[in-house]
Design a protein around this ligand. Structure first.
Ligand SMILES: C[S@@+](CC[C@H](N)C(=O)[O-])C[C@H]1O[C@@H](n2cnc3c(N)ncnc32)[C@H](O)[C@@H]1O
Length: 217
């Protein structure tokens, strides 16, 4: 059964200080759905168009793993996360980042504030009933012409999700409800985002780039 937002916050508050260490070896079978975590982050960071000085928001920033790669390219990083402990660790590692408590459904920044909005391995934490509103909120804070990048554990079809569950076995996480590519694509379109491109970055990971059209609010 998927965890509630309160259970999720408690999990990540508890995990914050050991999170990076526990993902450092995330390529073996015990990594479960996160296998290939680091390679997927690098693939996503490579594809996000970020100019030096660009304002970039990472939603579900955690300890800052994806944000760090974009900051290295000269972007100004902002982060949102519901877990105060994840934000505390992120702030210690990256004092230049601007960090706020928030979540996909309540992003505490003005409309059209960011050149790019990114997120890694966090969108699945939004319960399915809240995903349409979350996509609208992501679109709200993007400037017209800006780019959204979502990277997560995702599957192309229910069948591929079931195959993965069987392959991962005891390391599958029943508390997580991973999106299907087609479902998320439709939600992004309904939120007014277009020009979507999809890539599979690891056996259980997909990323999407989508653009907010120029001339929209
Ligand atoms: C698996 S961690 C990923 C952290 C980081 N982005 C990374 O790639 O390592 C999931 C993160 O999503 C955050 N999170 C949980 N629910 C969320 C929500 N509804 N909106 C935004 N972030 C959420 C958690 O607190 C946690 O920091």
């Amino acid at each position: 059964m998927p965890r509630t937002p309160e259970e999720s916050r408690a999990l990540f508050d508890h995990w914050a200080r050991t999170y990076d260490l526990s993902l450092a070896g995330s390529d073996g079978p015990k990594a479960g759905p996160l296998a290939g975590y680091r390679a997927s982050l690098l693939a996503a960071a490579d594809r996000v168009p970020v100019a030096p000085g660009a304002a970039v928001l990472d939603v579900g920033i955690g300890t800052g793993a994806l944000a760090e790669l974009l900051a290295a390219r000269g972007a100004a990083l902002f982060g949102v996360d519901p877990s105060a402990e994840m934000l505390a660790v992120c702030g210690e590692r990256h004092p230049a980042f601007t960090l706020e408590v928030g979540d996909f459904n309540q992003i505490p920044f003005a409309a059209a504030r960011f050149d790019a909005v990114v997120s890694s391995f966090a969108f699945h934490e939004v319960p399915p009933a809240g995903r349409a509103a979350a996509c609208a909120e992501l679109a709200r804070v993007l400037r017209p012409g800006g780019t959204l990048c979502l990277l997560d554990v995702m599957f192309a079809s229910p069948a591929s999700r079931e195959e993965a569950r069987a392959a991962i076995g005891e390391y599958w996480d029943d508390e997580e409800d991973y999106p299907l590519v087609g479902d998320l694509d439709a939600l992004l379109y309904a939120a007014g985002l277009g020009a979507t491109s999809w890539w599979q970055t690891a056996p259980f990971h997909w990323m999407v780039l989508a653009r907010k059209p120029r001339g929209t609010a």
